[in-house]
Ligand binder design. Structure first.
Ligand code: ATP
Length: 503
């Protein structure tokens, strides 16, 4: 699994999907650039989402709000006071860690110990495994698991009560060491706000402190009435948005899974109070089906229902995906109540209510939101698609089996040889197809090597122009996943490709 993840990172770089940001200056931690193929894949995922959410729903419209917002927005939303991670420094190594992550990693080790015991015991199942051994194994497993649960519960409670001294005490009791240096010399735990600050205006006294938005949702809440009135929207209705969000993450690891600058695809759905649970279930289902439609494998998804809820929510679930480093959050579905609209009403002094023309009554709608990270979607799709295959003749190939609808380039057109007029015919095919699809031309190297390169790039089709083409206007079309080749008329290429790649 670790190897797979390393392959994902290096493949993404080698084939022009993702580069570290400002790499010539040794990069900037947890910031990445999308390269020539990455930008296409990312755009296609965004479009696939937009089409499913906006185009396919009569009662959902889009919005593109600014990244910079009036600073009071973040007081109302709770981000100024409550968007924190607990941090701890090691006094010897001067390294900074998230206290909760140190504790969670420790608890995870207990889990692994329990799993090892179970594995050992089941390997011996059927052998003479005496009663005494059975009891000791069992006791150990129970001991590890209950210790793990106790630790996590105590941590959650201490954080919930803002009792940071207790978080530190827990780290000391467990004798948790700096993972890199082994030192156990810790500072106090303190809360660290994740928002990036910036300034509006030039002169020191008139400058206004701003934040880069840590989520796209607030741009939708503050525009709720503008959209509702100008679009004559009737409840229930939704507003969808994709765009950058910024968080000063401390534990920034796992490639594009946790970035400091990332993109969200969010939809806030405004409903009548009391109907939020129905819509919450509806959106959980609808969003899971959207993920499943990409064909990455149903067993790679699971729901995680939250027991501990954020200050604004009355129900919340994550759709988790089986990333190369295990199941982790991909999308959140939250029932946010009327928390945000009420808070903005209070801070702005402006009414944020909906007038129901059927009952002639005003009310503050409840909100169910779906929020998925575009970069995490990218990682899910990309890592799941990267395969190393052994072929019948014993050789192997690297193939990026991206869902065809998301692939950056739909077809590569290849003249078999660089002469006899074949390149010219290939060019005319490109001229025709490029109106509908991203297509590419390649004449370098033997055709077998060109196929391999397109496999690694994730291109679903290779179209080869050979000498027969000059006689009967047919070409071969090779399918990336099966490597099967069919002889088809040039005139049919468009519909063949369209069949497989259209959204
Ligand atoms: P996590 O627990 O992983 O930090 P979160 O619960 O804080 O995530 P939300 O605030 O619910 O995340 O944001 C919604 C979605 O935005 C997440 O499901 C995730 O896909 C994405 N996301 C959040 N933080 C990041 C990040 N730092 N980098 C990339 N994507 C992110």
């Amino acid at each position: 699994q670790e190897d797979l993840f390393k392959n994902v990172v290096s493949h993404a770089k080698e084939y022009g999907y993702i580069f570290p940001s400002s790499e010539i200056y040794d990069g900037l931690s947890a910031v990445y650039d999308y390269a020539q193929n990455g930008v296409e894949l990312k755009k296609n995922i965004r479009e696939y989402w937009w089409k499913a959410m906006v185009q396919m729903h009569e009662n959902i419209v889009g919005l593109d709000a600014a990244i910079l917002m009036h600073p009071t927005t973040w007081k109302a939303s709770g981000h100024v006071d409550a968007f924190n991670d607990p941090l701890i420094d090691n006094k010897d190594s001067k390294k900074r860690y998230r206290a909760d992550v140190l504790i969670e990693d420790y608890a995870e080790k207990l889990n692994q110990k329990a799993e090892k015991e179970i594995e050992k015991a089941s390997a011996r199942f059927g052998e003479a495994f005496n009663r005494e051994e059975f009891v000791t194994t069992n006791t150990r497993v129970v001991e590890y698991l209950s210790k793990k649960n106790g630790i996590l519960a105590r941590m959650a409670k201490s954080l919930g009560d803002e009792n940071l001294d207790d978080v530190k005490a827990l780290i000391e009791e467990l004798e948790i060491a700096d993972p890199e240096t082994g030192s156990k010399n810790w500072t106090e735990v303190r809360q660290f706000n994740l928002m990036f600050g910036t300034k509006l205006g030039a002169s020191a006294d008139s400058a206004m402190d701003l934040y880069l938005r840590p989520e796209t949702a607030q741009g939708i809440f503050v525009n709720f009435l503008n959209v509702q009135k100008s679009g004559r929207m009737k409840i229930p209705f939704g507003i969808a948005q994709t765009g950058k969000a910024f968080r000063n993450e401390i534990v920034a690891r796992q490639f594009i899974f946790r970035m400091r600058e990332f993109e969200q695809m969010e939809m806030q759905f405004f409903v009548k109070p009391g109907e939020e649970m129905k819509w919450y279930e509806y959106w959980k289902n609808t969003r899971l089906n959207w993920h499943l439609s990409l064909g990455l494998g149903a067993t790679n998804y699971r729901f995680h229902n939250h027991e501990k809820l954020a200050h604004y929510a009355n129900a919340a679930a994550d759709i988790e995906f089986n990333f190369p480093f295990g199941f982790k959050e991909l999308e959140g579905i939250h029932s946010r109540t009327d928390f945000d609209l009420k808070a903005h009403e209070q801070y702005s002094g402006k009414k944020m209510q909906y007038f129901d023309t059927e009952t002639n009554a005003n009310y503050t709608p409840y909100v169910v939101e779906t929020s998925v990270g575009l970069d995490r979607m990218f990682l899910a799709v990309f890592s799941n698609s990267l395969k190393e295959e052994t072929l019948e003749d014993g050789s192997s190939r690297t193939v990026l089996k991206l869902p065809s609808v998301l692939a950056p380039t739909k077809a590569a057109v290849l003249p078999l040889v660089k002469k006899d007029g074949l390149p010219e015919v290939a060019r005319t095919i490109i001229e025709e197809l490029k109106w509908d699809f991203n297509v590419t031309y390649d004449e370098k190297d033997a055709v077998g090597r060109r196929y391999r390169r397109q496999d690694a790039l994730g291109t679903p089709f290779c179209i080869t122009v050979d000498h027969q083409t000059l006689e009967d206007n047919t070409v071969t079309i090779r399918h990336r996943d099966t490597m099967k080749q069919d002889r088809v008329a040039i005139a049919d290429l468009k519909s063949i490709i369209e069949n497989e790649v259209s959204m």
